[in-house]
Design a protein around this ligand. Structure first.
Ligand code: F6P
Length: 299
């Protein structure tokens, strides 16, 4: 049976998703597999937005963030009952689905795989919150944005001897906060893992003789405006707050993310060549590996 591979990107887009699509395409063509782009994520899969990809689609995309297939959050997928008829219809166009996305997208793939649409997942999210992989595609690029932001902002903090509370993305995962803290100086982190203790944080900041401090905090933990008021009151040091926002999701993908995307795309096609589906692709100790999709859990 001729292999007809569908690719969709789902959830929050991440830099390097385009590079992953490109890699899947290039390696598929070498094996005479057909590649279909599914537009608008899972929503597009059910609305039949499936188009055969050609070389022209993947030209000039390696350096672009976002995803040219576009993405969406399709929460209904978790709960809706998908009739077999729908799966059979989809299978007339594609017989294997590669999903590039984060945690929620993985759960969608698991559901589809278990009702008869063979799936493979590739971790694409800036959050680095996927179980089983050391890195996700997009994490390195987002981290670079945060580090550059800190490198640039510290001189104004220094000039005013201020404290800054800096909120970064990550959903529930503190990796962006942790890695950026290690990459810069005079930073303190608050993540959901390192149990937020305001007394000890204030003690550490008071001891800092470097004239500025940055508290890097993962989103969704606390109200940063209220926190800045409290810290200013208790330290007697002017405290400002700032949230980096969506720019973290939109930079040019770093070389690391492009290479990771290339390797994972290649690996996905290698699995398909060997008739292996129902798997999640990951990187562990710099080796690309896969594990059974039924084993997905929260990181
Ligand atoms: O999952 C990626 C992410 O950027 C998270 O870091 C953030 O919490 C979320 O997406 C934002 O989602 P939305 O684009 O739906 O606002």
């Amino acid at each position: 049976m001729i292999k007809k591979i569908g690719i969709l990107t789902s959830g929050g887009d991440s830099p390097g998703m385009n590079a992953a699509i490109r890699s899947i395409f290039i390696h598929s063509i070498k094996n005479q597999f057909k590649v279909y782009g599914i537009f608008d994520g899972y929503k597009g899969l059910f609305k039949n937005k499936i188009k055969l990809l050609k070389y022209k689609n993947i030209n000039n995309i390696i350096d672009k963030s976002g995803t040219f297939l576009r993405s969406s959050r399709f929460k209904k997928l978790k709960t809706i009952k998908i009739e077999q008829k729908i799966i059979e219809n989809i299978k007339k166009k594609i017989n294997i689905l590669i999903v590039i996305g984060g945690e929620g997208s993985y759960k969608g793939a698991l559901k589809l795989h278990n009702i008869g649409l063979p799936c493979i997942t590739i971790p694409g999210t800036i959050d680095n919150d996927i179980y089983g992989t050391d890195y996700t595609i997009g994490f390195s690029s987002a981290l670079e944005v945060i580090v550059q932001y800190i490198d640039n902002i510290k001189y104004t903090l220094l000039s005013h001897k201020r404290i800054l509370i800096l909120e970064v993305m990550g959903r529930k995962c503190g990796d962006l906060a942790l890695y950026s803290c290690i990459s810069c100086e005079n930073c303190y982190i608050v993540t959901s893992k390192n149990k937020f203790n305001i007394d000890s944080l204030i003690k550490k900041i008071k001891k800092n003789k470097q004239k500025y401090s940055i508290i890097i905090i993962t989103e969704n933990i606390t109200n940063i405006k209220k926190l800045s008021i409290e810290i200013e009151k208790r330290t007697n040091i002017e405290t400002r707050f700032s949230s980096i926002g969506y720019i973290q999701r939109s930079p040019k993908p770093t070389a690391f993310d492009r290479i990771l995307a290339f390797r994972m795309g290649y690996y996905a096609i290698k699995l398909i060549k060997n008739n292996i589906t129902g798997t999640c692709i990951a990187i562990k100790n710099n080796k690309i590996i896969h594990y059974n999709i039924n084993n997905i859990k929260n990181k």
